[in-house]
Design a protein around this ligand. Structure first.
Ligand code: SAM
Ligand code: SF4
Length: 363
């Protein structure tokens, strides 16, 4: 614990880990359910099976995707809005400043705008964002903005309706595009597009996605495919390294780097020399940024994860439900942060993929 680092909200020690990093960012998953089946997250339909089948040895592994019967968390398992609000309030008193609401698909959680309204007024929370697949955004965007949501990131991996369907398992491109348009009209502080780039699937769309985003004036983010899918079929050959993405973009656009003072930022960013817009590359596999990681995650069922790749989780739901005081919750958060891993081990022999997929962890 860094004892001389005091939260701005009072004389409380901030959440610092044993590697000298101070936690500022909490990602809150509000559901483990999803209405998409992205082939890098929940690869479960025939098209995903065909894609992976063609990448595996047909003799050794003719059917890489198994039939999965999801056992979604029950309502009672999920943290209630009041419980999430309490954790965020306590975490903010310990120096957490940024909250990102995510899932699963967060827009599947009923009355999400009510949670946003609660989180938006918590002292110390100076950034409130959401990551969504955007399919249901048209129905909710206005209410979320009015409730105090500041920034929104849309997952959009393809601009081709057929490829979009292959990647997400849904005919949803036009709804997502309409959602992005709505977000642009609602004066969010930032609208971003996230694309996970997969070799042989959507890497031919790298340039067109950038053109689309630059033209719309929204920030584009490319994300390397990480071993966090539900079927554990990730393979290194499918990762398009961030450097390769950048080289490709530089042949099309005259890009200049954007210097950042925030070392904990996950994206390295560029902007076109002329005109607006911004492109970022998030390369956790080939250029890890663990040394400056200031993030914690809370799953929808109330487990704190200190790393995307943690193999263990730390329950706090029981504390929320057994009458424990806020100061007990504070101590527990300090204790948990003490377990934060120094880095991930992707690519090393001892690497173990987490049991839960990205959709359950909350990306
Ligand atoms: N359902 C929402 C969405 O897709 O935006 C929010 C949750 S999703 C798990 C959050 C982010 O994780 C998305 O941007 C998605 O593209 C990303 N993601 C999911 N699985 C991934 C993987 N295996 N590697 C890299 N990014 C992944
Ligand atoms: Fe796709 Fe997000 Fe759903 Fe995962 S949680 S399947 S990334 S939409």
């Amino acid at each position: 614990m860094v004892l001389d680092a005091i939260s701005p909200l009072g004389r409380r020690a901030v959440l610092s880990d044993t590697h000298g990093r101070i936690m500022r960012d909490l990602r809150v998953s509000v559901t483990d359910r999803c209405n998409f089946r992205c082939l890098y997250c929940l690869p479960e339909n025939e098209e995903a099976a065909n894609f992976y089948r063609s990448r595996f040895d047909p003799v050794k592994n003719p059917n890489p995707l198994k039939k999965i019967e999801h056992v979604w968390k029950s309502r009672a398992d999920l943290l209630r809005f009041e419980e999430i609000e309490r954790v965020v309030r306590v975490a903010a008193s310990l120096g957490i400043e940024k909250i990102r609401v995510t899932g699963g698909e967060p827009l599947l959680r009923n009355d999400l705008e009510k949670l946003i309204a609660k989180l938006a007024v918590i002292p110390g929370v100076n950034d409130l964002a959401m990551t969504t697949n955007g399919f249901l955004f048209n129905a909710k965007g206005k209410a979320l903005r009015s409730a105090g949501l500041r920034r929104v990131s849309f997952s959009l991996d393809s601009l081709d309706p057929r490829n979009f369907r292959k990647m997400t398992g849904r005919d949803g491109l036009s709804d997502v595009l309409a959602g992005i348009e709505l977000a642009r009209s609602l004066a969010f502080e930032a609208v971003k597009i996230n694309a996970v780039v997969i070799r042989g699937m959507n890497d031919h769309e790298i340039e067109s996605l950038a053109e689309f985003a630059l033209e719309k004036g929204v920030a584009m983010r490319y994300i390397e495919f990480m071993p966090l899918d539900s079927q554990k079929v990730w393979m290194r050959e499918l990762v398009v390294p961030g450097r390769e993405i950048l080289e490709r973009l530089k042949t099309r656009f005259d890009l200049v780097p954007i210097e950042s003072r925030n070392q904990s930022e996950t994206a390295r960013r560029w902007r076109p020399r002329t005109g607006g817009g911004e492109i970022g590359i998030i390369a956790p596999v080939t250029q890890p940024f663990c040394g400056h990681c200031n993030r914690l995650r809370m799953t929808a069922d109330g487990k704190i994860r200190t790393c995307l790749f943690s193999v263990g989780e730390h329950d706090i739901r029981s504390l929320l439900r057994d009458g424990s005081s806020d100061s007990k919750l504070e101590s527990r958060l300090h204790e948990i942060v003490g377990f934060k891993e120094d880095r991930h081990h992707i690519g090393e022999p001892e690497f173990q993929q987490p049991a839960r997929s990205m959709s359950c962890i909350g990306g």
